[in-house]
Design a protein around this ligand. Structure first.
Ligand code: HPA
Length: 275
């Protein structure tokens, strides 16, 4: 996605929403996209109307961007994300995040479904991501650097903003939910990890395994945005779980956690906007 395309997408968003700038953005993970439908008075823009945004190939779920005004500012919510394992280029995977930052969003909340590696986690728990391990060999910044977007060698010593993490932990605690933080290991997928891979990740310091989020976090930091990310633990990772993994199980837990997830995001968004 060239600088020109990013700016063109941002211009479409500004004109369709009649909002000159957005202050924050949220990316909804697998099974969590329904949250966007609960937003009051949101303006919906199908990805297909936005230059450079990849249109997910799931029939009937082409992906949409929602814009919503809150007290302190406006938020972009991405319902529908694409993954490297579907064959998309890294540039496509991070197109939404880059567009959001170009719209002015200087705070970004990334959400996903993940496997729990840390034995203290249970399916249904929300875990705030404290750091990541990139185990894919992929990087969205590979190739010529566009200095208008960010530096060639961006610092990654605090990808996940400590103040935003603290604010999100406060929301979880207020709601009486367990407050966990953990390291997310990005695997390429689409096959789930083997037990040996999960054990490797655990010894490397991983608490969670998943197939998304990290490229978006890298691209957002490259552009200077502050990032906070949260995983919904949908299953115990391979070898930790006594039973085989299934996508149906992942979706079922995501569906069951929907109202908790919505409550948490609803409570957090005003803080994300005003941060
Ligand atoms: N591994 C990778 N990705 C996932 C998992 C998992 O166990 N659960 C949900 N997404």
């Amino acid at each position: 996605m060239t600088y020109h395309t990013i700016m063109a997408a941002a211009a479409v968003i500004a004109s369709r929403t009649e909002r000159e700038r957005h202050h924050a953005a949220v990316v909804l993970g697998s099974g969590l996209s329904d949250y966007a439908r609960s937003l009051p008075d949101a303006v919906e823009i199908p990805y297909a109307d936005l230059p450079g945004l990849p249109v997910p190939k799931v029939p009937g779920h082409g992906g949409s961007l929602f814009s919503v005004a809150l007290d302190g500012g406006s938020v972009l919510v991405f319902a529908g994300r694409v993954h490297a394992y579907e064959g998309w280029e890294m540039d496509d995977v991070v197109a939404g995040v880059r567009t959001a930052v170009a719209c002015g969003a200087s705070r970004l909340m990334l959400t996903n479904a993940a496997g729990g590696v840390n034995a203290a986690y249970s399916p249904g728990d929300l875990v705030i991501i404290s750091d990541h391990l990139n185990l894919t060999g992929l990087n969205p910044l590979k190739g010529a650097n566009d200095d208008r977007l960010g530096p060639r060698f961006p610092d990654m010593s605090a990808v996940y903003n400590p103040r935003l993490r603290g604010a999100l932990a406060g929301v979880l605690a207020d709601k009486g939910l367990p407050v966990h933080e953990g390291v997310y290991a990005w695997f390429p997928g689409p096959s789930y990890e083997t037990p040996a891979e999960v054990e490797m990740a655990r010894r490397m310091g991983a608490d969670l395994v998943g197939m998304s989020t990290v490229p978006e976090a890298i691209a957002a930091r490259h552009m200077g945005a502050d990032v906070v990310a949260v995983s919904l633990v949908t299953n115990l990772a391979a070898g930790i779980s006594p039973t085989p993994l299934s996508h149906d199980e992942v979706n079922e837990i995501a569906t069951r956690a929907r109202s908790t997830f919505s409550d948490v995001v609803d409570a957090f968004l005003p803080q994300l906007v005003q941060h």
